[in-house]
Design a protein around this ligand. Sequence first.
Ligand code: XLS
Ligand code: NI
Ligand code: NI
Length: 444
Amino acid sequence: MSQDYFRGDREYFPGIGCIPFEGPESDNPLAFKFYQRERVIGDKTMQEHLRFAVCYWHTFCAKGSDPFGVDTQVFPWDEPADPMAAARARMDAAFEFFTKLGVPYYCFHDRDMAPEGADVAGSERNLAAMVALAAERQAETGVKLLWGTANLFGHPRYMNGAATNPDFAVLTHAAAQVKAALDATVELGGENYVFWGGREGYASLLNTDTRRETEHLARFLDKAREYARSIGFRGTFLVEPKPMEPSKHQYDFDAQTVIGFLRQYGLAGDFKVNVEANHATLAGHSFAHELQMCTDAGLLGSIDANRGDPQNGWDTDQFPTDLYDAVHAMLVVLAGGGLGSGGLNFDAKVRRESVDMEDIFIGHIGGMDTFARALETAHRLRANGALEQHRAARYASFDAGQGARFESGELGLAELRDLAAESGEPERVSGRQEWYENLINQYM
Ligand code: XLS
Ligand code: NI
Ligand code: NI
């Protein structure tokens, strides 16, 4: 197309064109300072490494309400009174935004894209109609689907859970939604499909059979896999851990919990983990820790790139701006061989007080620039090699001799005891944490 971006009947972000790269000296808030799509870092372009995605729910649906106040944002695509007309307008706005920002991917929940109908068949019809339009928009713009998912937490029927609901009738509705969302994901060429179990957990143990609920969850995921493979889905299923919120206690607490669950029920391989930075910190971990646990297990699927607030204990879903944190994350991602078919999805929203349309662009630009700098910094750090060499050297005592024999399982506990008795008290070896920390700063 000769146009810079695709436009439906109306331009929703007038006065904002395609976001250019202007470099770190620019004072234009609507320009990239670091993200250069085609710039090659190592063996790939920035775009290929980072695989940015915009999320439909925060960016086009969340209007700033919080438990104490109503919406603060006014979105022009919400003007049509008919919910399907509003859904079409929202989609035009979404594809205009994706192309102006210059991201290769987006992600959506069924209910972000199409309103719930009067019954199961009505909801399916609404979604199918919007998916047909999305397929056209994708073909026109070249924007692709990173992942689809179903919203199994918003409707009141899911108040006691979806796949883990004690009422089988509710589980069947969750299945109907997942079936339609899988159909949509396949139709749109989605590379992954996400399960985030917002209400797959409990509020009180007194009324909950946790063993039965987790078995239902595993059975449900297994049947979703079976159906998806039968309709030709070849992508990866992702489970997104989160310890709490909205449930008091969620079954998919953190990466290691999910990894254990996937292995226990024979789901690992088809399923991987979608790590969200803010969920990591809610679980009492760092973002890099969660990425490392998944990488170690060979199960890092994709990333929801955002950040929490260090003083607030909830999912504030802010755009990532902390470079040190992002460098640490990219060190883990690069060491693990990259994002594969996953990406960096901005599961992030502008603040309730940020009510200008350009704030949505500025939030995403900041997140993209943060990860572009982090990618470049982590790549230089790895090229230098000092960090990896020092880390490897800490384990040198296992590389040969008795340490190597222990690793290969040749030494029993009694033999280990005799070695201790012979060698006497070990020397104290510094962990040199400050040296490692300073090295990251030096490369930023
Ligand atoms: C909420 C989750 C959600 C998932 C998709 O905390 O992050 O947005 O990513 O259902
Ligand atoms: Ni998320
Ligand atoms: Ni979240």
